[in-house]
Design a protein around this ligand. Structure first.
Ligand SMILES: CSCCC(=O)C(=O)COP(=O)(O)O
Ligand SMILES: [Mg+2]
Length: 236
């Protein structure tokens, strides 16, 4: 589609791009909701818990942190203290064998083909860095975290804010037009495009994603790769 050289870096969203929205909303989020009150009680002195509770109180003064966390979960708010605590709950679940990540079937073979061809792969998700490593560390194909060089989360900023993508470019030294960002959410693509990244919307029929009209659209990662001159898996 483009006369430009193929991207050297692919930056990937998770929910709706590499993992089904249904997995996040019907498995991960309910697991965290069930286990968070106990986890917070039992691990109150853990620095991550302490920091997350303090940050919750700072963001929502006058509300009990547990109540505020519950509100954020109801709103699917992308806020760092909630994401840190959810990540801790999921860590317990993966360790106990109660969670196994579900990725779309095209994801691991395509990422392997891109990595094999020398394309740098990185993650940018609202889920915490540790949650990202857990999901890719517990797939049906085993631990695929070595495929990724970087894991960016909300500490770099929100995904709908162009400044977050500029911060990623500053931190990595990547050139903006060397980077292809894949996400299902058009507001995230808008922000990335404002920072000069190349973008493609992943519209998974299983997720009911609505295709936008501004950016290229692909139903799977190999389809996206084909649009931007990235290698395929060699399978039809
Ligand atoms: C790291 S898996 C859990 C993802 C998550 O918590 C979330 O809010 C989804 O965010 P994404 O930016 O991947 O759409
Ligand atoms: Mg997404």
């Amino acid at each position: 589609m483009s006369a430009s050289p193929a991207p050297r870096v692919v930056l990937l969203d998770i929910e709706g791009t590499t993992a089904p929205i249904s997995f996040v909303h019907t498995v991960l989020f309910p697991y965290a909701r069930t286990h968070l009150p106990r986890l917070i009680e039992e691990r109150r002195t853990d620095p991550v818990v302490k920091d997350a509770l303090a940050e919750t109180e700072r963001l929502a003064p006058g509300v009990s942190p547990l109540e505020q966390l519950e509100r954020w979960m109801n709103e699917d708010a992308k806020v760092a203290p909630l994401k840190a605590l959810q990540g801790m709950a999921w860590a317990e679940g993966y360790k106990r064998g109660e969670l196994l990540a579900t990725l779309y079937p095209d994801v691991v073979p395509t990422l392997e083909a891109w990595a094999h061809a020398g394309i740098e792969l990185a993650v940018y998700s609202s889920g915490s860095e540790s949650a990202q490593k857990l999901i890719y560390g517990h797939t049906a194909q085993g631990d695929v975290t070595p495929l990724f060089s970087r894991f960016f989360d909300l500490r770099v900023g929100g995904k709908k804010d162009a400044e977050s993508y500029r911060a990623i470019l500053r931190e990595t030294g990547w050139q903006n037009d060397d980077v292809l960002f894949l996400s299902d959410v058009t507001a995230e693509l808008d922000a990335a495009a404002q920072a000069g990244l190349r973008v493609c919307q992943i519209v998974r029929p299983e997720d009911g994603t609505v295709a936008g009209s501004i950016f290229p659209v692909a139903g799977t990662l190999p389809e996206a790769g084909a649009l931007f001159g990235l290698p395929g898996t060699g399978q039809a």
